[in-house]
Design a binder for this molecule. Structure first.
Ligand code: 5RP
Length: 235
């Protein structure tokens, strides 16, 4: 197992301490969450723990079902006790870039519905400044190229590189999210003001969501070779 993968496994195991009997949990998407779901499934099937989950993607729903975790349909979603998810980047202010796995919009909706949103990650995700990981922006397919141009204008106005690329599948066809939308990845390199960029992107008609998660994370658990580093949001 690669070092990053074993750190993902380690942090997922550690994060099980957050889960309590009776909780309704938001389940994020990605390889770190695979481990979380596996461990949570063991608590349910072997330990008899009663929890329910809301999945942020079809892939996560499938994994949770396989692991024996009861799921609540999205249309019946109550408020959540806790949402747990991985990330592509995290800075020291607990701001994130998410969406490498294409589930950013549903991940943001679910994180926002939780009393507490906790990020679990290996140390490679910790950055001084957000932006080296291409920022995903989920857009409605209607006139998507016009929305892409509006995104470029917004990037230029903030003095950021305006290189955006429609995300493609392996067969070169456009990637379609679980919600049926397109994703444009923005190669911004370094985001000097994540909050300004988030506000500007949110104002574009056709943009359904973007991978900047700001002011949402209550706690981050970051695994490194020595152990688990905890970062908490200031109240
Ligand atoms: C999916 C995400 C994932 O949380 C992010 O890509 C991290 O994934 P991994 O745990 O596989 O490194 O945002 O949309």
């Amino acid at each position: 197992m690669s070092e990053a993968l074993s750190l993902k496994k380690k942090v997922a195991a550690h994060s099980m301490d957050l889960v309590e009997e009776g909780m309704v949990l938001g389940l994020g998407t990605g390889t770190t969450m695979r481990w979380f779901i596996e461990y949570l499934g063991e608590k349910v099937t072997k330990g008899g723990m009663k929890v329910q989950g809301v999945a942020t993607s079809e892939g996560t729903a499938h994994l949770a079902e396989q692991a024996g975790i009861p799921l609540i349909a999205p249309e019946d979603m109550p408020s959540l006790d806790l949402a747990v998810d991985g990330t592509d980047e995290i800075d020291s202010d607990l701001r994130l870039i998410k969406g490498g796995g294409g589930a950013l919009l549903r991940e943001k909706i679910v994180a926002n519905a939780a009393l507490s949103f906790v990020v679990i990650a290996d140390e490679s995700k910790l950055v001084d400044r957000l932006g080296r990981f291409p920022l995903p922006v989920e857009v409605d397919r209607f006139c998507a190229v016009a929305t892409a141009r509006a995104i470029q204008i917004c990037l230029k106005e903030l003095n950021l590189p305006d290189k955006v690329a429609l995300r493609k599948r392996e067969d070169n066809r456009p990637y379609i999210t679980d919600g049926g939308n397109h994703i444009y990845d923005c190669y911004v390199n370094e985001i000097t003001s994540p909050a300004s960029l988030a506000v500007s992107l949110d104002a574009i008609p056709g943009v359904l969501g973007h991978g900047l998660f700001i002011g949402m994370v209550a706690k981050a658990m970051i695994a490194n070779a020595e152990g688990i580093h905890i970062m908490e949001a200031q109240q």
